[in-house]
Design a protein around this ligand. Structure first.
Ligand code: PLP
Length: 476
């Protein structure tokens, strides 16, 4: 009744690494976006589990036969949708080690190296993005989780006894208000929903023509809310919004937060890594005044899903909100060490910091910064191609590596243009060569192209542009 014999494991392990290496070598042979229909994959998988064990080789063969055409290939250089999340070689190898070690870093004692390594990596990463020493970091799975913990800390900072008494049915608790721009990511609303703030407790502040939060409108909203009995408690500024990658005016927002004693959380899930590039340091202006910041290495730092870094100047508030230690989790070192389970809702934790260690050491900070810088340069080039093409229009500035555009052949109504661009995107995505996503800006259907894959080279961007133009010509 034992595990797979080690010799068998060794043999299969080599085969699996070969499989991954071949997959990455041949990745451009696949269509980036899976073209299967809903239910296609489910009906191929037996409805009941096997009673007797099977060979791993057979299971791996089924990955090829049953799953591969249902895979959307995020590692494909034609994947230019959403924000890329690509797996680099060192990141994949670190994932293998994580599974092999199989440790759970819930307490310092359950693997001292886990807790102390995460502390060291958070210190490295903090320096890489130029944050001061008073920022303490922790790794969560996703930015959604990180931002939820930020909002929970903001709520805890109010000291209204939520931990003991909850929020419901209390006449002594005012309604809480969180502010973010109209372009903030939906994860902010989901975090607020989870924490009982309710959708009405979220005020979306209008943006200017560059899709950046208008700080004066924020100030007006807070003043108005205070007059009508709301309790403002948190502002989320986004550095790199999801639709257009716009940057909210952090310094102005920080001043408003300081004046009103509000928690300032910065969502830099996508763009935060650009702070590693000396020329991009301008994006971090005012960051040192934020209470918390989230940056996702799994978006633009070549880290396999998942790894989100959360920094805060006030870890003690996070601990105050979440620490709860039952007898069976007490240890005789608790007074001397940091137990990461105290800083969030999860108890068990994967050894994610290994991925940062391998990736940062393999590429070096300079190597990572150079790759990200290349993406920004390629995006500027692509933006120029759009600007120079008569029948195309760019709909937002390009501060990072995402371009928002649409095709605008003459004499068409806005409704016709929306339909045409929707069809154009569909044609592009069913070509089997590239995968782009979309958004809507001021009622206009907009195509988004993001450059950020470790496998993106100039030729991929040129090929994408040719394909877009070709598909557009067919539609006119
Ligand atoms: N914040 C921003 C600005 C995003 O663009 C995204 C996802 O694209 C998120 C947060 C959520 O990220 P995650 O999938 O890590 O929760």
């Amino acid at each position: 009744m034992s595990d797979m014999p080690l010799e068998e494991f060794r043999k299969n392990g080599h085969q699996f690494v070969d499989w991954i290496a071949d997959y990455l070598k041949d990745i451009e042979k696949y269509p980036p976006l899976s073209q299967v229909n809903p239910g296609d994959i489910l009906k191929r998988i037996p409805q009941s589990p096997p009673q007797k064990g099977e060979d791993i080789e057979k299971v791996l063969a089924d990955v090829d036969q049953l799953l591969m055409d249902g895979i959307t290939h995020w590692n494909h250089p034609g994947f230019m949708a959403y924000f890329n999340s690509t797996s680099s070689g060192p990141g994949i190898l670190a994932e293998i080690l994580t599974a092999g070690l199989g440790i759970n870093g819930m307490l310092w004692k359950t693997s001292p190296a886990f807790t102390e390594h995460e502390r060291a990596m958070m210190n490295w990463f903090r320096q890489m993005v130029g944050l001061p020493e008073n920022y303490w970091g922790i790794i969560y799975d996703t930015a959604s989780t990180s931002s939820m913990h930020a909002i929970a800390s903001a709520r805890e900072q109010l000291n209204l006894g939520f931990r003991e008494k909850g929020m419901a049915g209390r006449s002594d608790v005012p309604r809480l208000r969180l502010y973010c721009s109209e372009h903030a990511h939906s994860s902010i609303e989901k975090g607020a929903l989870t924490l009982g703030i309710g959708l009405e407790g979220i005020k979306k502040i209008p943006v200017n023509d560059k899709f950046e939060m208008i700080s004066q409108k924020l100030e007006e909203a807070i003043t108005q809310d205070l007059k009508s009995g709301w309790k403002p408690f948190c502002v989320v500024a986004t550095v790199g919004t999801t639709s257009t990658t716009s940057v909210d005016p952090v310094e102005e927002i920080a001043s408003i937060c300081e004046k009103n004693n509000l928690w300032l959380h910065i969502d830099a899930a996508y763009a935060g890594v650009t702070a590693m590039i000396p020329e991009m340091k301008c994006i971090t202006k005012g960051w040192e005044r934020a209470d918390s910041i989230v940056i996702n290495p799994h978006k633009w730092m070549f880290t396999p899903m998942d790894l989100s870094v959360y920094f805060t100047r006030k870890p003690e508030i996070l601990k105050q909100a979440f620490s709860l230690v039952p007898e069976y989790l007490k240890t005789n070192k608790d007074d001397e060490v940091e137990n990461l389970m105290d800083y969030g809702i999860q108890l068990g934790r994967r050894f994610r910091s290994l991925k940062l260690w391998f990736i940062i050491r393999y590429f070096g900070v300079e190597g990572l910064a150079a790759r990200i810088k290349l993406h920004i340069e390629l995006a500027k080039e692509f933006a120029k191609w759009i600007d120079d093409e008569k029948d195309f229009e760019r709909l937002a500035p390009v501060p990072f590596s995402t371009i928002c555009f649409r095709c605008t052949p003459g004499n068409k109504t806005e409704e016709e243009l929306n339909k045409l661009n929707e069809k154009l995107l569909d044609d592009i995505n069913t070509s089997g060569k590239i995968f782009l996503s979309h958004t809507k800006l001021n009622g206009k259907f907009v195509i988004r192209l993001t450059i950020g894959s470790i496998r993106h080279e100039r030729r991929h961007i040129m090929e994408a542009w040719e394909l877009i133009k070709e598909s557009a010509t067919k539609l006119k």
